[in-house]
Design a protein around this ligand. Sequence first.
Ligand SMILES: Nc1ncnc2c1ncn2[C@@H]1O[C@H](COP(=O)(O)OP(=O)(O)OP(=O)(O)O)[C@@H](O)[C@H]1O
Ligand SMILES: [Mg+2]
Length: 377
Amino acid sequence: MACVELKNINKTFGQIEILPCVNLRIEDGEFVVFVGPSGCGKSTMLRLIAGLEDPSSGDIEIDGEVVTDQSPKERGVGMVFQSYALYPHMSVYENIAFGLKLGKAKKNKIREWVEKTAEVLQLEKLLDRKPRELSGGQRQRVAIGRAMAREPKIMLFDEPLSNLDASLRVQMRTEIAKLHDRLQSTMIYVTHDQVEAMTLADKIVVLNGGNIEQVGTPYELYETPASLFVAGFIGSPKMNLMPGRVAGETGASATTIDIRGLGQVTVNRETSGLKDGDSVTVGVRPEHFSLALSGPDHGLEVVNVEYLGNEAYVYVELPGMQELMVVRQPVPCEVQTGQRVALTTEPELVHVFDASGRALGPFQAESEATEQLAATQ
Ligand SMILES: Nc1ncnc2c1ncn2[C@@H]1O[C@H](COP(=O)(O)OP(=O)(O)OP(=O)(O)O)[C@@H](O)[C@H]1O
Ligand SMILES: [Mg+2]
């Protein structure tokens, strides 16, 4: 059992600062997923936790003990990489046992461990095979088995499924979720895959240029992204983002925003820092737009309709905007390319971001605000 804490971690390669100052706590038994654009520092953070990389400053603690100077083995971590190089001349048994042999464990103990690991990963019948005689998913399970065999307190995965085809990925995703349920060990997982992040994570950490943008459950990140970056990053297709402008004085509990080409929306958001004419960004998820056919001479033009089998994406052009709006529609979809449509949404489904990209939260009801104030006194 292990909780992990990164305290003021800074990592610099030569002159380049990759992680300016990371603070993060991962609870015992938690499944945490790191996401973020390529080069934002996900693998570097994983390697720092593993002990494969030293921080330039700051400390890493496992269960309250500083492990910054400990080797990977001393830390009790197991790591699975994207390119899982198995030893081709060794059997599945020998591959899983390899790390244990290096650790000079007794032969009967090794057999016990390998058999237990093979059982968890359903590899019992494959122990005598060589890696070339296995499917991609089976090979990946052997790589996980090799990392697991020492019974690490923490398992680290760096894009472990990205080399597999789509159906194998789905299968292995379920396997990894089951593995976490069974072992209850702390797992930290890096992925580019939205579905993997949303389905596996207890907690997602969104990184942007070496900084943590937001930490939260998949639900929190999807429903209440704290910044424009997170709003655009979590969700596929992406949240529609449109330039808006505060229209008139911001009210005590409601503010009207002008969206060019779309009209006005009156939202219940904390816009107290804003004034008439200020620029904001308005966000609407593709499933939160409603679409209605309008007359041939007015409305917005449908530029493309993508049919996906279970649903359709309708792309609509807003005047003066390069990026097209995406609307998620059930099938059969009545709308066709070239038709004119009207887009509407509900004010409570609209996200608003200020000029610095910070999300504006809903107004607090007065009694709630007073209660909070009382609690802090
Ligand atoms: N050993 C190194 N020396 C110099 N720069 C490095 C080294 N390792 C990583 N970097 C740089 O640090 C940055 C973060 O790299 P990292 O591998 O952590 O990114 P990542 O988020 O895992 O990206 P990806 O999604 O592409 O795997 C990159 O700009 C990379 O070029
Ligand atoms: Mg990486």
